[in-house]
Write a protein that binds this ligand. Structure first.
Ligand code: PEP
Ligand code: MG
Length: 787
């Protein structure tokens, strides 16, 4: 079995190596074809390799690329399928071979191609499903017959090429560089001016559309709202595959082999498209898919089932199901979500096996996608400018689809129970991705509420737009700095569009999460460099790995812990797994010359940790210098203040570092012993608890006394009223998720430092949570009226 598999792999193009090289080094269809003919001529050791593609009329073949014939013939030599040996290949829908072409009755001489000296000819049709799309021809000067093995190799190659050609054509049609640019501009414009689109009118019954009105709740996966017609993503049912006709073992194995190759090609395309559209880290999930597709363990399990008599589709279904169940049973929510990746891979292999692989979901107009689940491959192939919003029955906010929707600024709600039973193809829908609510055929009341929201949102955004290049300064002249919290390369655009003055928190977990193994120092340096270059002359505060707690890595088996948030997480992990920590520090140091990097360490509890970190840091600097590299040995170092212990001894910690950053998300949970992710204790997780406020005040005061900058990078700072309170408590630097910056800036520019200080004094003077909350509420009402 293994031998069969290896033999299959060794023929044709050298699967991943050759195909990746063709796809990754080709920017359009023309380049793809030229790269193919060059590689095939080399692999087949022939003097000529040419590709002819069929025109739309289905009967004209045009020479599109050649290695060996005159280049001036490309695009000029054309023939009907009733002409020449090449036409005969299409007519026969099979191999045409001769060792003396000029004497063949169907030989037709084309002056432009100068092919008279080539005697032997081997041509094979290219098919997309069962329709011919072109011909591949190899020729040699020497008069020779091609062996059965050579024909079989070329047959395998044509199969691979057909997929590449179809994907390249598709890419050419949906994604020219111009469209790409227009897309980004549109996305940025959308970001600035609000997101409501669609113009469906409300009918007399007070509903949009005729069907019953339903409101469904789910998880808010990507903020924003939209309104429009639905597109129900209906998948091919895999329930029928058990009953499908099964061929001989050899046939089923061969079918599987071809399907796997086809899916590999699709996946490389998806990786390429997403890395161009979003970022390499967003695309790296497809690399994981490739690893799975190439994994011997995975493929041999399928082969074994086929050997036992199962059909290829059923075997894939069974093996994938086993993986899905294993992932779904995992405790870690990130790993649990990987079952969706397995489902995606399985679905695509079965689709390829069953000939159900229509390459993309084609939307004729802008629609809201409704589906059981959206897979990374859907996100890669959908025309994003036609997707108003996404609603799924399954999934959570860790889904890659949710992450990608966020990066693309498409509102999304996931985990909506009963969605597919309730939705109908004719429905209209309003999606509120900010609160996680979906309205099918909304009532007039809901529609007008959203119309009002739409108007308010659009005018507010317009008003905020001019703030982008203005400084965040109070009316009495105190300068505040507003930076962005980021995690993806694509966040650079969003941060810049919202006027962020650099990055106050770069969470490095994501690039680690979307991979199959720990990235080495060079891979990390490349990524960090991209981020630094995105913010020329502005600080970028890189936080070292903060895994554990609720964040896991798919390739690192974290030991089971009863209390993961009180366990082996964050800097504790880095200090224990020093080889991983050293690689990350080296990566940051190598990238540092590309911008203004600073390094921040999470979850610090005592000065000893800082000293250990510094000594590791020195060792890494020395190691890089010993390798002859020039590295900056004194990058500013900071710590996150997110533990009550750190607050208590802040006077001992601050002198050890250059700056402090308060992570309120964790500080609140640890101060109040209330899990930040547990809705049951939501009431206890309270940013206005005096213990939290006095902790922040203490850190701000001590930072000022000891001459250390203090910033806040937790979610608390994203609420404009909180920002005013925190300014009043002495904080001058904030880092928040970028779309929140304009509103926060507006509030700062409308208030004086004295007002903020009076506000803070009053809040800190109360001794009960209730009194503080009542006062904040009063302030909030006043504040809302001002906006
Ligand atoms: C925090 O704890 O406030 C913080 C910003 O870190 P994270 O949310 O990544 O834990
Ligand atoms: Mg934290």
């Amino acid at each position: 079995m293994q031998q069969y598999y290896e033999q299959q792999h060794s023929i044709g193009l050298r699967t991943l190596e050759d195909i990746s090289s063709i796809i990754l080094h080709s920017h359009d269809l023309q380049e793809t074809l030229s790269n193919i003919v060059t590689i095939v001529a080399k692999r087949m050791r022939t003097d000529v390799c040419s590709i002819y593609l069929l025109e739309e009329d289905g009967e004209t073949l045009i020479l599109k690329a050649t290695k060996g014939l005159s280049q001036t013939a490309v695009g000029r030599v054309s023939m009907k399928t009733s002409e020449g040996l090449t036409g005969l290949v299409v007519e026969n829908r099979d191999v045409v071979m001769t060792d003396n072409a000029p004497t063949h009755p169907r030989y037709k001489y084309f002056k432009a191609s100068k092919e008279e000296r080539y005697l032997s000819f081997l041509g094979l049709p290219l098919f997309e499903r069962k329709t011919p799309i072109g011909v591949i021809v190899v020729q040699t000067v020497e008069a020779r017959r091609f062996s059965d093995d050579e024909i079989s190799v070329l047959r395998t190659i044509t199969f691979q090429i057909s997929s590449i050609v179809m994907n390249a054509k598709l890419l050419d049609s949906v994604q020219t560089k111009e469209q790409e640019r227009a897309y980004y501009e549109q996305e940025l414009a959308r970001l600035r001016t609000g997101r409501i689109t669609g113009s469906d009118s409300v009918n007399e019954e007070g509903r949009v559309g005729a069907a019953a009105s339903t409101s469904l709740g789910g998880t808010a996966a990507s903020p924003g709202f939209c309104r429009g017609k639905v597109y129900i993503l209906d998948r091919f049912s895999h329930k029928v595959i058990k009953a499908a006709k099964v061929g001989s073992k050899a046939e089923e194995l061969h079918k599987l082999q071809l399907a796997l190759e086809k899916v590999v090609i699709q996946t490389i395309y998806m990786e390429k498209r997403v890395s161009e559209l979003l970022s390499e880290s967003d695309a790296s999930i497809f690399h994981t898919h490739l690893m799975i597709l190439e994994d011997r363990g995975f493929t041999s399990k399928i082969n074994d089932l086929i050997e036992q008599g199962a059909g290829a589709s059923w075997a894939v279904h069974e093996v994938v199901q086993g993986y899905i169940e294993a992932f779904a049973a995992m405790e870690d929510p990130y790993l649990r979500e990987r079952s969706a990746d397995m489902e995606d891979i399985g679905r695509r292999i079965i689709d390829a096996l069953e000939g159900n692989d229509a390459a993309t979901i084609t939307l004729k107009e802008k629609r809201v996608i409704i589906a059981e689940d959206i897979f990374p491959s859907d996100m890669a192939t959908l025309e994003h400018d036609k997707v108003l919003g996404i609603v799924t029955e399954k999934g959570n906010s860790y889904s890659h689809a949710a992450i990608m929707a966020k990066s693309l600024g498409i509102p999304a709600v996931v985990g909506v129970r009963g969605l597919l039973d309730a939705a109908n193809v004719k429905d209209q829908v309003i999606v509120d991705g900010t609160v996680g609510q979906v309205y099918l055929n909304p009532e007039l009341r809901v529609c007008s509420e959203y119309q009002r929201l739409e108007k308010d949102y659009a005018s507010k955004m317009k008003e905020l737009e001019h703030l982008r290049d203005l400084p965040a300064v109070t009316t009495d002249g105190t300068r505040i700095s507003l930076r962005a919290n980021i995690g993806l390369v694509s966040d650079i655009k969003i941060a810049t569009a919202n006027g962020a003055e650099g990055v106050g928190l770069y969470r490095t977990e994501f690039p680690y999460m979307a991979r199959t193994s720990f990235p080495n120092r060079h891979e990390q340096a490349q990524l960090y460099q991209k981020i630094l270059e995105g913010f020329p002359d502005q600080p970028v505060n890189i936080r070292t790995l903060d895994i554990g707690g609720d964040k896991g890595l798919p390739y690192f088996e974290h030991p089971h812990e009863d209390n993961p948030f009180l366990g082996w997480r964050s800097i504790r992990f880095s200090l224990d797994e020093q080889h991983i920590f050293r690689e990350q520090l080296a990566g940051i140091l190598l990238a540092a010359p590309a911008g203004c990097a600073t390094i921040m360490f999470p979850l610090i509890s005592c000065p000893d940790e800082i000293r250990r970190i510094k000594s590791i840091m020195h060792a890494v600097v020395a190691e890089l210098q010993a390798d002859g590299l020039t590295v900056c040995g004194d990058l500013p170092l900071g710590i996150m203040v997110e533990l009550p212990a750190a607050v208590q001894i802040i006077d001992l910690l601050a002198p050890e570092v250059d700056y402090l950053s308060i992570g309120t998300n964790d500080l609140i949970q640890y101060t109040l012993a209330a899990d930040r992710n547990n809705p049951k204790v939501k009431e206890y997780y309270d940013p206005y608890h005096p213990a939290v406020l006095h902790s922040i005040k203490r850190v701000a005061d001590e930072g000022r006394r000891l001459g250390r900058r203090v910033s806040i990078c937790g979610e608390m700072a994203a609420d404009p009223l909180n920002t005013l309170l925190l300014i009043g408590m002495g904080i001058r630097e904030f880092s928040l998720s970028a779309p929140g910056i304009p509103l926060v800036k507006k509030a700062i520019r409308q208030h004086s430092l004295r007002q903020c200080q009076a506000f803070a004094r009053k809040v800190l003077s109360y001794n009960s949570v209730g009194a503080i909350k009542a006062y904040i509420q009063k302030k909030r009402e006043l504040f809302e009226r001002m906006r």
